[in-house]
Design a protein around this ligand. Structure first.
Ligand code: PGA
Length: 294
């Protein structure tokens, strides 16, 4: 008896070869370029670990810090987020003593652009490194507006931090007048570009950027998650244009009146990798709640 082949639906004859071709093309795209392929980009985005940094500014005393540091150390133990506190210079030794061996790192709020010499009142990157600092904030808007840190000085401080093996947290952000004039993108791009030109994009492989709209710092007025995400995407896009691996791997923090009540919504945005926290970092419960919201 002759075997008859079952009639096939017309579509199924081309379905299998088409699926195979599609699959191989997809694999080809994924591995096409080591830097720009979707696989690389997706991997880097997924690899960006969250980071929350407390900026104590000029607050604290030995007694108050001891309680705060102990509570943060105890509370941060079980968190997946990386936690850092940037304390005033005189308290670096105390932070070192109380935090060493735990999950919380410490850093400073500024660094000299010079390595050593007759610079009264300045503190070098090597000195910070000697006190166990891992991070240092550069270009905070309070330094820019009250202490004359120009874009050029900020770039020099960024370089000094890198020379000392520290991870600079580069702050950028527009004033209210600049935002209202529609200049946010221009201002943030300029602040970034000066540093990229001075240090080269490769230096950003060991750096963090913090977007801090000046009008949101210490004012209780936060950028909406949409406003923040828009600028974070701009920052990442600008750095990706120089080097996609570094841009996609870079952690970009949001800062400006982050509180336990608004943190989760802000941190949920795709280009926001954590926060730089001022006022709320002075109360352990608030700071830890923000860290837990990442
Ligand atoms: P804020 O400060 O959280 O008190 O607004 C943020 C900062 O200045 O880094």
């Amino acid at each position: 008896m002759l075997k008859t082949r079952k009639p096939q639906a017309p579509g199924s004859r081309i379905f299998l070869p088409a699926a195979v071709i599609f699959f191989w093309r997809f694999i080809g795209i994924l591995i096409s370029s080591p830097y720009n392929s979707p696989l690389c980009v997706l991997t880097l985005c997924a690899m960006r670990s969250k980071l929350v940094v407390g900026n104590w500014k000029m607050h604290g005393s030995l007694a108050v810090n001891a309680e705060l540091l102990q509570a943060v150390r105890d509370g941060a133990g079980g968190l997946r987020t990386e936690v850092v506190v940037c304390v005033p210079y005189p308290y670096l030794a105390q932070a070192w003593t109380l935090l060493e061996g735990g999950a919380v790192s410490w850093g400073a709020q500024d660094v000299s652009e010079h390595d050593q010499g007759a610079w009264t009142g300045e503190v070098s990157g090597a000195m910070l490194a000697e006190f166990g600092c891992r991070y240092v904030i550069v270009g905070h808007s309070e330094r820019r507006s009250f202490f004359g840190d120009t874009d050029g000085v900020v770039a020099a401080k960024f370089l000094a931090a890198r020379r000392a093996g520290l991870i600079p947290i580069l702050c950028v952000g527009e004033t209210l007048a600049e935002r209202e004039a529609g200049m946010t993108g221009e201002v943030v791009s300029r602040q970034l570009d000066v540093v990229v030109q001075a240090s080269g994009i490769e230096a950003f492989a060991a750096a963090v950027v913090a977007y801090e709209p000046v009008w949101a710092i210490g004012t209780g007025r936060t950028a909406t998650p949409d406003q923040a995400q828009e600028v974070h995407a701009l920052i990442r896009g600008r750095l990706c244009a120089e080097n996609a691996v570094i841009g996609n791997g870079l952690r970009v923090l949001y800062g400006g009146s982050v509180k336990p009540a608004n943190a989760a919504e802000i941190f949920a945005r795709p280009d926001i990798d954590g926060g730089l926290i001022g006022g709320a970092s002075l109360a352990a419960a608030d700071f830890l709640a923000i860290c837990a919201a990442t």
